[in-house]
Design a protein around this ligand. Structure first.
Ligand code: E4P
Length: 218
């Protein structure tokens, strides 16, 4: 499999998005109602700020739970910016809505996925992304990473193009395992994304290089 491993930031906090973007490693953003609530701003204000900063996909979640309303909300959200991806929950109505929206040319991210067969349903309706929640499965003593591997295998068996967006990532090891298993995207909070840079031997080595550099005649 060839391509790029994409990193999305799982936040609605614009300062975090700006900082991650400044390092050149940010491919997109995922939000959800809980993350938006933390900002204290309106949903539309948050999306406007994010889409001004990020050119890659920005997931915005619908809050309706019946497909006609989901479709309506999705269409309104999609009008805000060309890079908006409409997030719908993996319930019957969400799958129905995803099919309608995708047929209308609006990309969907099917969220709250906790099983491989749920992921297959999202692929069957042509969703752009499926979001399996790794950390929340781990919290229940189930192997979230195993789910990523299963979805990868099933999608590859049939050539489904739906991208696997590993979500609910809690630490760098989750991100590494997702990459090893061939997830297309890892979405993570700011903290874990910044931790990806760190290694104590890098800091120690740089410290030594800089100290030795002082001994070089100038
Ligand atoms: C995904 O798009 C969700 O916003 C997110 O990854 C959920 O993560 P959590 O389990 O840490 O809330």
């Amino acid at each position: 499999m060839w391509g790029t491993m994409k990193f999305f930031l799982d936040t609605a906090i614009i300062e975090e998005i700006r900082e991650a973007n400044s390092y050149g490693i940010l491919d997109g953003v995922t939000t959800n109602p809980s993350l938006v609530a933390k900002t204290g701003k309106t949903f539309y204000k948050v999306l406007e700020e994010i889409c001004e900063e990020v050119k890659g996909p920005v997931s915005a979640e619908v809050t309706a739970i019946e497909s006609p309303k989901m479709v309506q909300e999705g269409k309104t959200l999609a009008k805000l910016a060309p890079n908006i991806v409409v997030k719908v929950p993996l319930i019957k109505e969400g799958i129905k809505a995803a099919k309608i929206l995708e047929e209308d040319g609006i990309r969907c991210n099917v969220t709250l996925c906790f099983s491989a067969m749920q992921a297959l349903l999202a692929a069957k309706v042509g969703a752009a992304y499926i979001s399996p929640f790794i950390g929340r499965l781990d919290d229940l003593n189930q192997d979230g990473m195993e789910l990523i591997g299963e979805i990868r295998q099933i999608y590859d068996n049939y050539g489904y193009k739906t991208e696997i967006l590993a979500a609910s990532i809690r630490h760098p090891l989750h991100a590494k395992q997702a990459a090893l298993l061939g997830a297309d995207v890892a979405t993570m909070p700011f903290g874990p994304m910044m931790q990806l840079f760190n290694h104590p031997l890098t800091d120690l080595g740089l410290d030594r290089f800089l100290k030795d550099w002082e001994k070089v005649p100038k």
